[in-house]
Design a protein around this ligand. Structure first.
Ligand SMILES: Cc1cc2nc3c(=O)[nH]c(=O)nc-3n(C[C@H](O)[C@H](O)[C@H](O)COP(=O)(O)OP(=O)(O)OC[C@H]3O[C@@H](n4cnc5c(N)ncnc54)[C@H](O)[C@@H]3O)c2cc1C
Length: 372
């Protein structure tokens, strides 16, 4: 077993799995899980060894996120957002910030989505203006995971001077006039503390810029999109795997006393379970092929990245829907654990780039058209 999965194994068993139901029921941020991941160095998975990280790439990230999501998709999504932000900080941040991110001292996240441009994250409408003392940020961010728990946000805005679409900043959450909304009461991923964040003339040092002024679009497309897409897909994959395993266990254990048969003895139920297994394995095959494409920068890498998020997100809604059907009325009970997977799986499809946008991009790509 690889080192990162060895490190993860006891945390899954002792912290993440036992707390998953509580995280969901109370919409509680998975603090203990994030601390446990930080303690063994797993929040530095993508950071290089010279700043204390594990120096891993997309394969390890996908393996870790899938494994976590099998038990708790909330924790998997918080970790996904940290890794997505960490990849940008690793490429463009200061040495000190790279170290803090790698050690988990600074949990980070992405602050891209805005009330103005909604899921079209590549087109922020928020502003960054040079003022006395630094850069003033004005924004209505619509969704930030770990909104009240991240130490830093990787934040998009219109550029200061450039005519390009965007610039990226590292924004400490404690910056004066940064106001994250209090709490999240959502359908799924209930503990991930996602929410809006208002910024009214919040001033940060100009040195907090990540990359050049106007370089935001390139950073989004070259770093964030591939990493976020495969990890988000891995979250969906973990949900599919978890739901399939739970549905099989329930179908094998639940019995009809009057005919002395289990639920799994019904051919219809086995057919549903088989479809769940097939879809999960198809999605896994595509996702790991995407990872292979990323590792060698294969020609079809960009198309695969778009496909894997769309396919895994959509398959997860279908597989978890089938899990609800297989488990029947029992699926409505929280203790069976299937309905949490069903609810959590809905988020992937609407997280940007949404499935609809991905299909539009994929269609354009295969017709030889420009994506933007
Ligand atoms: C749990 C959760 C956590 C999140 N965490 C973060 C985070 O940490 N950071 C962050 O930046 N964002 C985050 N987001 C936001 C997310 O990435 C999306 O921006 C957000 O979900 C979009 O919602 P909306 O209502 O603004 O979508 P809208 O843009 O209003 O879209 C509504 C519908 O229109 C469709 N649509 C939009 N454009 C097109 C198009 N061109 N063609 C076809 N259909 C289209 C969409 O697919 C969607 O079905 C999070 C979202 C969720 C649900």
């Amino acid at each position: 077993m690889s080192k990162h999965l060895e490190l993860l194994k006891p945390i899954l068993a002792e912290v993440i799995a036992p707390q998953a139901q509580l995280v969901d029921a109370k919409a509680a941020f998975p603090k203990k899980a994030m601390q446990a991941l930080a303690d063994v160095g797993l929040l530095g998975l993508l950071s290089s060894a010279d700043v204390g990280g594990l120096g891993e790439g997309p394969r390890a990230a996908v393996e870790v996120i899938e494994a976590i999501a099998q038990h708790c998709a909330t924790t998997a999504m918080v970790t996904t957002m940290h890794y997505s932000a960490a990849a940008v900080i690793e490429a463009h941040g200061t040495l000190a910030e790279r170290k803090k991110t790698a050690s988990g001292e600074h949990l980070s996240t992405l602050a891209f989505s805005e009330a103005g441009s909604r899921s079209h994250f590549w087109a922020p409408v928020s502003t960054a203006k040079r003022v006395e003392g630094g850069i003033a940020l004005d924004a209505q961010k619509s969704w930030i995971t770990s909104n009240n728990h991240a130490a830093t946000y990787v934040w998009s805005s219109r550029p200061v001077d450039s005519q390009e679409a965007s610039t990226i900043w590292l924004v400490p959450r404690q910056t004066k006039n940064i106001k994250p909304a209090d709490s999240f009461d959502g359908l799924g991923l209930r503990g991930n503390d996602s929410g809006p964040c208002q910024s009214d003339n919040a001033i940060i040092p100009e040195e907090n810029r990540l990359g050049e002024d106007g370089a935001g679009f390139g950073i989004m497309m070259e770093i964030v999109l591939p990493y976020f897409s495969v990890m988000n897909a891995a979250c969906s994959l973990g949900l599919m795997e978890g739901a399939t395993q739970r549905a099989c266990a329930h179908a094998s254990g639940a019995r009809y006393a009057h005919i002395d048969k289990s639920l799994a003895d019904l051919p219809t139920i086995r057919n549903y379970l088989a479809r769940m297994r097939c879809k999960t394995d198809m999605a896994r095959t595509l996702l790991y092929d995407t990872v292979s494409a990323m590792e060698v920068e294969r020609e079809d890498m960009k198309l695969r990245v778009l496909e894997s998020k769309a396919v895994c997100n959509e398959a997860a809604t279908e597989v978890t829907d089938l899990a609800m059907r297989v488990c029947g009325g029992a699926a409505f009970r929280r203790d069976v654990g299937v309905e949490r997977y069903f609810r959590d799986a809905r988020a992937g499809t609407v997280m940007a780039p949404t499935t609809d946008v991905l299909y539009d991009f994929i269609g354009k790509a295969i017709c030889g058209m420009e994506l933007f």
